[in-house]
Write a protein that binds this ligand. Structure first.
Ligand SMILES: [Zn+2]
Length: 187
């Protein structure tokens, strides 16, 4: 899937996970193990030939919604509650990242384990780096709560709130307009 507002690498890994489902009732790439496996392998969350268990997939979907809650907050919405944070805390507590050095002397941090749960720690490392370099606050969930698609806000004033103005922005404006008209007279 090509994003119209893609995050820079590696923050795009977080965006890609959040955008594995089209809310409110669209297709979910993480619904079934046979469909999820190729995506997870492509995105570095499973090793080649592996397949997720139903429990792992359920956990991953909870992690996805926990991440989305963080992006709602980045977009000016409410801070994530303990329930939204719990799966992310479980990732943090259940896995370790190993420091390494690549050939150029760049320090790397990667998951010490190979399971899906263990590999998810790499996304926390990505988030931590993005929080330090300032790019994190630009990764947001669309303000249309029926959409909540993850997009990267490249606007100069960091004020973007729609995944796509032509789509969500106008749709919501029309909805508000109709609601106002119902409430008694268009302005
Ligand atoms: Zn949207």
């Amino acid at each position: 899937m090509t994003e119209t507002k893609p995050a820079p690498w590696p923050l795009a890994r977080v965006q890609a996970l959040v955008n594995t489902v089209e809310l409110p009732a669209g297709p979910d790439r993480l619904a079934r193990a046979d469909e999820a496996a190729p995506w997870l392998i492509d995105h570095g969350l499973l090793s080649a030939g592996a397949s997720p268990t139903p429990d792992e997939l359920e956990f991953l979907r909870e992690v996805r919604e926990g991440l989305r809650a963080l992006l709602v907050h980045n977009a000016g919405g409410a801070a994530p509650g303990p329930r939204a944070l719990r799966p992310l805390r479980d990732v943090a507590q259940g896995a370790t990242a190993l420091a390494g050095l690549d050939a150029d002397g760049q320090v790397t941090l990667s998951a010490s384990g190979d399971s899906l749960r263990e590999r998810l720690v790499e996304l926390l490392v990505v988030i931590r780096d993005a929080q330090r370099d300032g790019s994190w606050s630009r990764l947001k969930a669309c303000a249309n709560d029926e959409c909540a698609w993850a997009f990267y806000d490249r606007s100069r004033n960091h004020g973007g709130i729609w995944c796509d103005m032509a789509d969500c922005g106008n749709k919501l404006k029309n909805r508000e307009f109709r609601a106002r008209r119902r409430a008694g007279g268009a302005r």
